[in-house]
Write a protein that binds this ligand. Structure first.
Ligand code: ADP
Ligand code: ZN
Length: 593
């Protein structure tokens, strides 16, 4: 609450300052008509202006309508003569200086303002000494406190990642009854690092630990530590840990720890001081933990490889738990956990749904169930297999955007483009089967070709990857063949082709001329990698180009050899807007006869 008022004060000050500044610029008086000296003399002599005031060589008066007039009087003693002769009444007002206090204030105001702002941020950032910083909310960690009672998540809510769960049961036991561990002289890890792809349930797991153990749960994202102002991150870390110790036993969850925990730069590229300072503070705080503090830090990342090794040392995040993408059985469990919350038809075959969603993360599965429930909510009734199928497409490809206006020409180009992808995929043995092709815009894409791997793949063969290059290029080649023109629609495909080809050559040792040697890219984009010679770069580039060209030729041959099928598929796609693998099979069967 306190914090709220402090923030309010800051906003009030900012608001008042803004009003003041605005007023300085405003405050223009009513419009004034300006006259030349000679006109003015004329007016006085003819009696139009019987009286006026004079200040700083400026004569002002009002006419009978109340309009204001002004004229500049030359600065010589004779200039007033004509007026005196004409018998005008002149009221001379002494030159008025602004009040000294106001003058000083005006000249110092900008400086005072700057000093104020500087002071304000320095206090927040507080580099440790003095420990001020408490006055306002800047240096406070933005950790969100969820009281133990509020974390309803339990281990049973986390499905499909049983091994990860097993590794964490111990932590729950420790938080529940630390004496058992301390008496046995066992050291419980104070830091647990959960790593795995986004949406695999890392946050959920951390919440489940807190929920199971019945302790408080703080969560903060690593990116919250990294702010523009030097010192803020470090002070936030300090506050977070201080707060955690006060609320012990508790779990402190740091999401996206890679935002702070990135490998400290090796000096070459002028490091990021603020981030390093924050990271150092984190290390210091973790070292300062005692077992009986009963605070467990759980951090999550999807980039274990870029973390600073210092973070992983004993006493810090020395327990590392991988949270993988779920396999078929895991997916089935996750689907069922989430389906409990919605109304479903009794005949749903969850095993089959799980089979048709390879590569889906827990979050995507949860999302899919939710989408299905939303569809049914609009219509009424229960979720069926068809609803789940539609929800799957939506999650995989983004929502349909039927309202988007697309010209017929664009539609035709998109149709050929997608058929290009699909036909190449269809004809290449070993490529993932084509599941669906659509020219209904979804998300950012004008059209999409969806392939669905038959089984989970954990590694890929050269052939599989080369096929993917061909498939990615297929869209662009179809456009080339039909329209003799290339559109920007292939931009994303080309990006993926380059990326994949580069990885094949530089990371997976898949080129004959270069062989099984890994070339790491430079640490900072745009910087040369000192370990790779100019010659090597040239041959790498040549290899990449060669690979892409071979894939291009392969794809082009498939398409030119099957022009009639390509035409038939495109016509059907233009007509139906979405065609399935079964439709494609039918077209191809018809042409074989
Ligand atoms: P991460 O932190 O790994 O990115 P989250 O834990 O935030 O992923 O997952 C987001 C949501 O996805 C969860 O709130 C939950 O609904 C669902 N989810 C993810 N993984 C699982 C899982 N293993 N079991 C059940 N639900 C899951
Ligand atoms: Zn494409």
């Amino acid at each position: 609450m306190n914090l709220f008022y402090k923030n309010l004060t800051i906003w009030l000050i900012i608001g008042l300052t803004a009003i003041l500044v605005l007023n300085l610029f405003k405050g223009q008086p009513e419009t004034v008509n300006v006259l030349t000296y000679s006109d003015f003399v004329d007016k006085v002599e003819t009696g139009v202006v019987p009286s006026f005031t004079l200040q700083n060589n400026i004569a002002t008066w009002r006419n009978s309508n109340g309009e204001r007039f002004r004229a500049v009087i030359p600065e010589n003693p004779d200039s007033l003569q004509p007026f005196i002769e004409a018998g005008a009444k002149i009221e001379i007002i002494p030159t008025q200086e602004p009040h000294w206090f106001f003058r000083i204030f005006l000249s110092w105001f900008p400086i005072l303002l700057l000093v104020g702002i500087w002071y304000f941020f320095m206090r927040k950032g507080g580099s440790g000494q003095g420990g001020g910083g408490k006055a306002m909310a800047f240096g406070k960690s933005k950790a969100q406190l969820i009281d133990a009672q509020k974390s309803h998540v339990r281990f049973k809510d986390v499905a499909g990642i049983d091994e990860a769960k097993e590794e964490l049961v111990e932590i729950v036991d420790f938080l529940k009854d630390p004496t058992k561990f301390t008496e046995a002289g066992a050291r419980i890890p104070t830091g647990v690092l959960l790593y795995g792809e986004p949406g695999t349930g890392k946050t959920l797991l951390a919440k489940a630990i807190a929920g199971e153990a019945g302790v408080a749960f703080f969560s903060i994202s690593g990116s919250n530590f990294v702010e523009m102002y030097v010192g803020i991150g470090a002070s936030r870390v300090r506050d977070l840990f201080a707060e955690g110790k006060k609320k012990a036993p508790c779990i402190i969850f740091i999401d996206e720890i890679d935002a702070v925990g990135r490998h400290r730069s090796s000096g070459a590229a002028g490091g990021n001081d603020e981030r390093e300072q924050t990271l150092n503070q984190l290390l210091v705080e973790m070292d300062g933990f005692e077992v009986n503090d009963q605070v467990i830090i759980v951090a999550a990342t999807n980039r274990l490889d870029i973390l600073d090794p210092a973070l992983l040392r004993p006493g810090r995040f020395d327990r590392q738990v991988m949270v993988p993408l779920p396999d078929v059985r895991g997916r089935e469990h996750i689907l069922k956990v989430h389906a409990e919350k919605i109304k479903t038809e009794p005949d749903i075959n969850w095993q089959q749904v799980a089979k048709s969603t390879p590569g889906f993360s827990g979050a995507e599965l949860a999302n899919m169930i939710n989408e299905a429930a939303l569809m049914v909510a609009r219509r009424g009734g229960r979720v069926s297999m068809e609803d789940l199928d539609a929800a799957k497409d939506k999650v995989m490809m983004g929502a349909e955007r039927r309202s988007m206006i697309i010209t017929l020409e664009e539609k035709k180009i998109t149709a050929y483009h997608e058929v290009g992808h699909a036909l190449v995929a269809w004809m290449l043995p070993g490529a993932d089967p084509v599941h669906k092709v659509t020219i209904v815009p979804r998300g950012k894409a004008l059209g999409l070709t969806m392939q669905m791997p038959e089984t989970e793949k954990h590694s890929h063969s050269y052939t599989y990857l080369f096929n993917n290059l061909c498939i990615l290029l297929g869209g662009r080649i179809a456009e080339e063949i039909i329209f003799d023109e290339i559109t920007t629609g292939s931009g994303n495909d080309i990006e993926r082709v380059s990326d994949l080809a580069r990885k094949m050559v530089c990371e997976w040792g898949m080129s004959k001329n270069i062989g099984p040697i890994v070339f790491k890219t430079a640490e900072q984009p745009g910087m040369a990698n000192p370990l790779v010679s100019e010659d090597a770069i040239q041959s790498i580039n040549a290899e990449i180009r060669d690979l892409v060209e071979t894939a291009h030729d392969t794809a082009r041959k498939i398409l030119t050899d099957n022009m009639d099928i390509m035409e038939a598929m495109t016509q059907e796609l233009l007509e139906k807007e979405t065609i399935s693998g079964r439709d494609i099979q039918a077209i191809i069967d018809a042409h074989k006869k």
